[in-house]
Design a protein around this ligand. Structure first.
Ligand code: PLP
Length: 426
């Protein structure tokens, strides 16, 4: 690990913490982050030449695996014609059409450069449309680093937002209400108290930033029903779940149609991207049609559009998602069997091609408190043992894992053989 160590020393001098996004830094699991230089299918290679089976997939976007030849070809072909024009281009219309075809709630969509921009803009639009200020979010859900959504929650069932991050003024989160995830009663109570002031509820329909926690039956239904009753908008943050948990995203999988949807990750196939869309009457509030300002120099960039379109073609192809979900089930069941055999308490969750491993005997894991109560030390030992074995899991216990279309029998078998040896060391 000589080269990776040297690069990290240099990076730390130049980039805060040596990383451009905090969770990359291995703070939770200990040790130093690894520098990577090449990927192919389910594998990636670090700068010292070691190969890993990858279950991070760039934190979700690479649903077709690394460096898929057809996706790379389409990106190269598009890049050769020009990297950006700052004008409308045909490929952005194609991507918008593809999104509206596959995502049930989308009548119109606007493309941005990150998931953070998507949620930030959706909030602004929802507040303008309803003429209200309060936003409901859920503890343990992450919506990017939007000031108003960084609010942490206290231990009460309903907590008025307090700044969860230095630099975020209290006034900015004063209208953020943070509730326990998967708790329909808390939502009912919150609306009973604040209903007339709530502009929107924003939720990860499958929570993917507190490990992987699917919605309990009735939770999303309650959100839809309560929002309708109180004329608030329901926003699904599908930045992670979009095309990850189903070919029609979480809203198709669970049969709940939000008013607005935020997307990112998979729809850019590994290029910087975000999108938000939904009801036409709401979306037409955006400039230049309406007065809600929102913009982006590189939004709808043709190279990103090409990567996104090529990736979406792959995942929406007949039978593709079913195969991916079956592969993910094989992996998750395999982890569970091997943990059981080693006498390690492990709970597992799966939604489509997302999965979560929890070192706990408190199954099923549906609540944030349960996630926080898991044995983090056991996870860290497992993480490092797997890393040594050549399997790259997310370097934090609170992150979901991702399987790609490129994960074949051999990659899964290699992973499970490694897990058998790693569990023995936990
Ligand atoms: N929303 C969710 C659900 C996410 O998982 C993320 C990123 O992980 C974001 C929003 C922010 O997206 P980005 O990192 O592209 O700004």
């Amino acid at each position: 690990m000589q080269r990776t160590h040297e690069l990290f020393q240099q990076a730390r001098e130049l980039i805060p913490g040596g990383v451009n996004s905090p969770v990359r830094a291995f703070k939770g699991v200990g040790g130093e982050p690894i520098f990577f230089e090449r990927g192919e299918g389910p594998y990636m290679w670090d700068v010292d030449g070691k190969r890993y089976v990858d279950y991070v997939n760039s934190w979700g976007p690479l649903i077709a695996g690394h460096a898929d030849p057809e996706i790379v070809r389409r990106v190269q072909e598009t890049a050769a014609k020009g990297l950006s024009f700052g004008t409308p281009v045909e490929l952005e219309v194609e991507l918008a059409r593809t999104l509206c075809q596959h995502v049930p709630s989308l009548e119109m969509v606007r493309l941005v450069n990150s998931g953070t921009e998507a949620t930030m803009s959706a909030l602004r639009l929802a507040r303008a449309f309803t003429g209200r200020n309060k936003i409901v979010k859920f503890q343990g859900n992450y919506h990017g680093h939007v000031d108003a959504l960084l609010a942490q929650a206290g231990s009460g069932a309903l907590t008025l937002g307090v700044p969860g991050c230095p630099g975020v003024p209290e006034a900015v989160v004063a209208d953020t209400l943070a509730l326990p995830y998967n708790d329909a009663d808390a939502v009912e109570q919150c609306f009973a108290e604040h209903g007339g002031d709530i502009a929107a509820v924003i939720v990860e329909p499958v929570a993917g930033n507190m490990n992987c926690v699917p919605p309990v039956p009735g939770f999303l239904e309650t959100l839809r029903e309560v929002c309708d009753r109180h004329d608030a908008l329901l926003i699904f943050d599908e930045v992670m779940t979009g095309f990850r948990v189903g070919p029609q995203c979480a809203q198709g999988r669970y049969g709940i149609t939000p008013d607005l949807t935020c997307l990112g990750k998979v729809i850019g196939g590994g290029m910087p991207v975000g999108a938000f869309g939904g009801r036409r009457d709401v979306m037409e509030g955006l400039a230049p049609v309406g007065g809600v300002y929102q913009a982006g120099t590189l939004a709808g960039n043709p190279v990103t559009m090409a990567a996104g379109l090529a990736t979406l073609e792959r995942i929406t192809a007949e039978g593709a998602f079913e195969g991916l979900e079956a592969t993910t089930a094989e992996l998750v069941d395999g982890f569970k069997q091997r943990a059981d055999a080693a006498g390690i308490p492990l709970a597992v969750n799966q939604a489509g091609s997302m999965f979560g491993l929890f070192f706990t005997d408190d199954a099923p894991v549906t609540r944030f408190e349960q996630v926080k109560a898991c044995d983090l030390e056991a996870f860290n030992r497992f993480f490092h043992a797997m890393l040594e074995e050549g399997v790259y899991l997310a370097p934090a216990a609170f992150e979901a894992g991702f399987v790609s279309l490129a994960h074949d029998r051999q990659a899964i078998q290699e992973t499970l053989d490694a897990a058998e040896r790693a569990f023995a060391r936990v």
